[in-house]
Write a protein that binds this ligand. Sequence first.
Ligand code: SF4
Length: 485
Amino acid sequence: MKTYFIQTFWCAMNQADSEKIHMLFLQAWFIKVDSWKKAQVVIFNTCSVRQKWEDRVFWMIEEIHKYNKNIASEKNTIKVWITWCMVRKTWMNKKYLNEAIKRDKNKSKKISLLTDKEWIYNYDDKLFPRNGEKLDFVFRIEETKYMSLMLSIIYQESIGQDDKFDDYLKSKQYRENPAQANVIIQTGCDNYCSFCIVPYTRGKEISRKHDQIIEECREAVDWWAKEITLIGQNVNSYGKQFVAKKLWNNEKSQWNSLEWVSPFRKLLDWINTIEWLDRIRFTSSNPHDMTRDILDSHFECNTICNYLHFALQSGSNKMLKRMNRKHTYEAFKDQVMYLRKIDPLFSISTDIIVWFSWETEEMFEETVKAFQECEFDFCFTARYSVRKGTLAEKMYPDDITSETKAERWNILNELLLASVTKRNQLMLGRSEEILISWEKDEQFYWRTRNFKEVFFEKNMKNSIGDIVNIKIDNLDNFVLQWSQI
Ligand code: SF4
């Protein structure tokens, strides 16, 4: 029996991609295990958005390397594969792999694509030379189609069927929880925010075809999904490539234009008609591509939940400009207020970076004001760390100590706790519908339609996938507590 373990870092996109990798391994008859020590192949689905996650990957690679040293036979060592954001470009292709097979006469040696700097794009940023020799396989997600070939090389037997995985976006995902499905609708990013590595790692925006997405959603519902999360780097610019550039830019110039119907809204309308589907969510959205038709979908499509994650990053317009964000704080705030005016319980979460590019006290104060005005239901606050290869690396030094960064980070987290507590109080005494999605430590767990987390004791009556009515009768910081009706 062959075993594998996947460690996924950070975002919803990576989670969805890992589901595809899971499926590939399962279809190749590997067994999923819950710790790297039990696995023969360990895959790190990496994230470069924060330095700490890259460091974590390096640390884990080192740990496995030490562990492997005590294993007598090379054949039994744990193979380490990595993919996604730390892998900018491998230039790997079938031809190269076939040549590698020919070169490696006994076909048992480790095939590393990283020892030869010709094959790696990001050699210059000194990312991989640090650990290259400790890795067995490095691939971009589009190259999953070569994974079964790679497994066949490593194990010297035919494993998996290549042609199943020819189009990464079409390949199936493994759903641990049948009640929920993540459906990728778009990949890549054209925005080039100055701090962000994503456009370099994930490339240009590509939207999947409408029909493919609908089919995948229908199939997920046929297989018991009640909640679908549409995933992409910029879901609300879905379909940009299908619309003339001029039209796209003109029609969207005012976010509250009543004329514009975006391709994303059309997609939402279609998915909303799928019978038995109870909830649609989507992430991530960008304020500068947000339009009124999409905001209105939350109120006009009965399955779309009253929750939205969109990233503000800073409350200072000057800072937003340095970040090469294409929105202003005022436009963002107007959108928040628009949603909350129609539905005061509408939940909003966002992303903020503190201490980007010598953020002044005045700029930070504007972010504090944004927190007070927008009353977020959740926020991912990050202390800026420079990402190699980004515009910001070339233009702005990152020479602020982590202690200083922590001060602002703490202030925002305190404000967040205050706003979450205030917002959660609006939920007290309400009757809410919960889709039970997980069970852990004798508790059921999931969220209200507006994405508030709820735990409750397991019972014999209910199981995962059930929709139950509950009464919110207590609060515990970010979590709601309740008794079942
Ligand atoms: S919109 Fe900006 S922050 Fe988001 S993925 Fe694209 S470049 Fe990165």
